[in-house]
Design a protein around this ligand. Structure first.
Ligand code: SAH
Length: 363
């Protein structure tokens, strides 16, 4: 939506959230960004070969045609520079880019993640095979050009899939993860674990989520879909105890390390499907006072909401990156006796159609 003035984008998002949540709850004015550019701390580029040139960029919508990108107004500028250097080095090292149709070639994708608060930078080179000729020279040349890179990872993805990352990882340089700071806590992020892409806005969003939770220091809190444990660890300072549940094993490993790093002792993480885990808790007669939930774009499920209600929390703080599934899930919550209070939208994704929001529900 770069051709639409930012104010107008915000108005559109406001109207869209209001339309979707009409009848469910009051919607507060959306919080936009002061400088809505270069906010993405994670940049992904798919590599390919066109007209005798190595190119990198994004897939055209609904296809696997690569649209070359040299710089992008929403991406971190340093990340774009690094990806440009990888393009040049791939040429001078005669590294072939992977061809999806024939299965030949090595370099498939490059992922750059940057901790805005710490300046740490991770580069993930996704290759089709484990064999990476002159790997060490390549990494050295990359670091010579960008001494600010703190870790380099080779990720092997030999499957014909649209997933960017494969399962196998090899750390080529540094500690294999980066750190960043959010709401006064420090978080480690590895190649495969989820981390919000707009940390400036995320701080505001999580600050509001904490306020809406109204914790006093006594509560039993669940952080469902907890990723690397960000919300739970921030909440733990104001709660009795926190239980985090997350499906991705890498994220759970990061979450446990993050709890230690922040000296948070009243938190425990479980690697499980959030619904299965909470259904189990409810079956054992356990309760929770506050549930934070931050599901992926597809939203939550009726089964999850049933389990959440069975734990009888007085409040549920729902953080959503998709107002459509949020609206759907709020209707289900209503059937289980939970009414939505206020919705606070935050623009985490300027110049795109996406919008984040946090809603508090009470029993
Ligand atoms: N709250 C975290 C992550 C939110 S993203 C943060 O703010 O950083 C959503 C997370 O839900 C992802 O980490 C994803 O791996 C996880 N997830 C997806 N489906 C899940 C499920 N069924 N059970 C538990 N976690 C799930």
């Amino acid at each position: 939506m770069l051709d639409i003035p930012y104010d107008e984008q915000l108005k559109r998002k406001q109207r869209n959230v209001e339309r979707l949540l009409s009848g469910a709850c009051k919607v507060q004015p959306v919080t936009g960004m002061e400088i809505p550019f270069h906010y993405r701390n994670k940049v992904h580029a798919v590599f390919g070969f066109q007209k005798g040139e190595i190119i990198s960029g994004v897939y055209q919508e609904g296809s696997h045609r690569i649209v070359p990108v040299k710089s992008c107004m929403i991406e971190d500028e340093k990340a774009d520079e690094i990806i440009g250097t990888v393009r040049e080095l791939a040429k001078s090292f005669k590294i072939r880019t992977y061809d999806e149709d024939t299965g030949f070639g090595l370099l498939r994708h490059v992922l750059v993640k940057r901790g805005f608060a710490t300046g740490e930078i991770m580069v993930v080179l996704v290759t089709a095979s484990p064999v990476f000729p002159s790997r060490n020279h390549f990494v050295k040349a990359l670091r010579d050009r960008h001494p600010e890179i703190t870790t380099v990872i080779q990720n092997q993805n030999d499957r014909s899939t649209s997933m960017v990352l494969g399962d196998k990882e090899r750390v080529l340089y540094g500690k294999g993860y980066i750190e960043d700071e959010l709401c006064g806590c420090r978080f480690r992020i590895s190649g495969k674990s989820f981390y919000q892409v707009n940390p400036v806005q995320t701080e505001k969003l999580y600050g509001k989520a904490m306020e809406l939770a109204g914790l006093t220091g006594q509560e039993t809190v669940i952080d469902a879909y907890c990723g690397t444990g960000t919300i739970g660890i921030i909440a733990a300072a104001k709660a009795g105890r926190v239980i985090g549940v997350e499906l991705n094993p890498d994220a759970v490993r990061d979450a446990a390390a993050n709890a230690k790093r922040n000296r948070t002792e009243n938190i425990q993480f479980y690697q499980n499907d959030a619904t299965a885990f909470m259904t189990g808790m409810a079956a054992q007669g356990e309760r929770a006072d506050v549930i934070f939930m931050d599901p992926p774009r597809s939203g939550s499920t009726e089964e999850f909401i049933r389990a959440a209600a069975a734990l009888k929390p007085s409040r549920v703080v729902y953080i959503s990156c998709n107002p459509e599934t949020l609206a759907r899930d709020l209707k289900v919550f209503k059937q289980f006796g939970y009414r939505a209070g206020e919705c606070w939208p935050y623009d985490l994704f300027p110049h795109t159609e996406h919008c984040e929001a946090v809603v508090v529900l009470s029993r």
